[in-house]
Design a protein around this ligand. Structure first.
Ligand code: ZN
Ligand code: ZN
Length: 111
């Protein structure tokens, strides 16, 4: 495959290794392809696989009575209804925490 040589040639000339346009400063890709690459990475972290791992971690924390965000054990007296500790809950109000809490409750009701 002349692929590597092709890329090296473009790199040497300061051109995008994908489309031969001028590469962004200090990069081997043009703005367009840098953006595409970023979108790809972003998409990866939103894939089912990654989210399943994330969900599993959160489920585990929830079961163990730990804060979903920092993993600190929740205080049963004051934090029993919460899915994040007071510290995290005060600063971060991400809707998924609440969504997550409702989801859990729904599941228990059904069983
Ligand atoms: Zn390009
Ligand atoms: Zn926390």
């Amino acid at each position: 495959m002349g692929d590597k040589a092709y890329r090296e040639r473009h790199k040497a000339k300061g051109l995008c290794v994908f489309c031969s346009r001028e590469a962004a400063p200090n990069h081997t890709k043009c703005e367009l392809h840098l953006k595409k690459n970023r979108e790809y990475n972003y998409k990866y972290y939103r894939t089912e696989h990654f989210r399943a791992i994330d969900r599993r971690n959160k489920l585990k924390r929830r079961k163990e009575g730990k804060c979903l965000d920092c993993g600190k054990p929740l205080d049963p007296d004051i934090e029993s209804d919460r899915v994040v500790c007071i510290n995290c809950g005060l600063h971060i109000r991400r809707p998924e925490h609440y969504h997550y809490g409702t989801l859990q409750k729904e599941n228990t009701n059904r069983q």
